[in-house]
Design a protein. Sequence first.
Lengths: 285, 123
Amino acid sequence: MEKNNILVRDLCKQFDEFLLDHVSFQVPKGRIVGFIGENGAGKSTTINLILDELKKDNGQIQIFGREHTSSSVKEDIGIVFDECNFHDVFNVSDIEKILSGVYKSWDSSLYRQYLKKFKIPERKQIGSFSKGMKMKLSIICAMAHKPKLLILDEATTGLDPVVRDEMLDLFLEFIQDEECSIFFSSHITSDIQKIADYVILIHQGKIIFEEQKDDLVYHFGIVKCGREKFASISPNDYIIHRITNVSVECLVRDKEAIKRKYKDIVVDNATLEDIMLFYIKGGAA
Amino acid sequence: MEIIISNSSDKPIYEQICMQVKNLIMNGTLSAGEALPSMRVLAKDLHISVITVQRAYEDLTRDGFIETVSGKGSFVAAQNKEFIQEEQLRVAEELLQKVAEIGRAHGISYEQMTNILKLFYEE
């Protein structure tokens, strides 16, 4: 049985000044995969290629184990972009009329249930909604046709902490079904640090790593020391280092091993954000 | 089942879950045959990733505290509490022996050592 909902192999796409370079990763069933990287790193390009909104130059994309081209695949995918694309004059009932015509599996009672749960006003025009409310509506619409795969492109960016927390709840609810998975891109790493099972970092069109989140958070660390001490650390023991005016910091893969090998050394825990910054900024302070 | 996760703790979340479930089993709050929440439900309730819970359940299964029946879920294993306690006591004895050796060799008094142990117990 196919164990991935998305499988991408050696995906390439060339633009004038940007190259998506042999991107490979997978989104297993029942998992939440976070896709991080700075603006312009290639996150949206990758997502648009997966959705067949852009034509790939090379490589392989499988969704639910099939090379997708058909619209029947789209029926099983829920998509949320960072902007709400509904027209301002509509209300939630108008939206339902349209979408229930688009998706065969549209579940009206589920839609109503979500609207109630997230307190979306039924009669107001969408134009008068707050940004958070619009985003909630977009996510509800993506889920109301009962997809197996939810793809979100910066969907939680720009939402306040309360709404973001509600969204995380909704996402964890979604993967109660082991067949379902979520692929979500964000540059807000704290959301991903909370609920993602796997994390993929993309930088300048290349995948830098694809790791289990727990391995990143519990094993990676940041060594902080003076220049003299730094000279005694073997270059094999760290991934990247950066020199500041007051100290040297290195990203290490196994903080416990480092603590054992080098005495009197400060090893801090690394957050996902720290790790991302080290990889992206490299040696630059 | 009550589980309290500390985000500021140095212990990984899967270890915290593992320790607390073990504790609930050893003190009798959870009894043999009782069902544990499914991994996905617990992940949702704790707002953490499924793999983290999965890892805790795998460790609990490895240590014989729970049994997982595919398609049905995880249950507290029927085990002999006295037996587990005795085994753990033996592990502790070995460690304490090392403590005594270190203390004797370096002139650390028995009182100093017991104070440290007392502190750890109260932590």
